[in-house]
Ligand binder design. Sequence first.
Ligand SMILES: [Zn+2]
Length: 80
Amino acid sequence: MVIKKLWRKVRGQKKEYSNRFLKFYHENKTRLNKERRGSYHVKQKKGICVRCKRKSLKNIVFCSYHRKKQQEYNKKARST
Ligand SMILES: [Zn+2]
């Protein structure tokens, strides 16, 4: 059976990671990425700064402190 052969191939490949950290990463990357993206959007929705846990300003994802930091960073990035 072709399908059975393919299935065995897929299952076999799953175990071939050079170390267990890589194995964990590959087996959980979809979930990990989802969680990372999730928390950013949850914070954005709730009006919490994405860099700390303070309340963010209206229409942006930073609190007043981190907005200032970001503006300073942008200024430096543009001038060089
Ligand atoms: Zn902040």
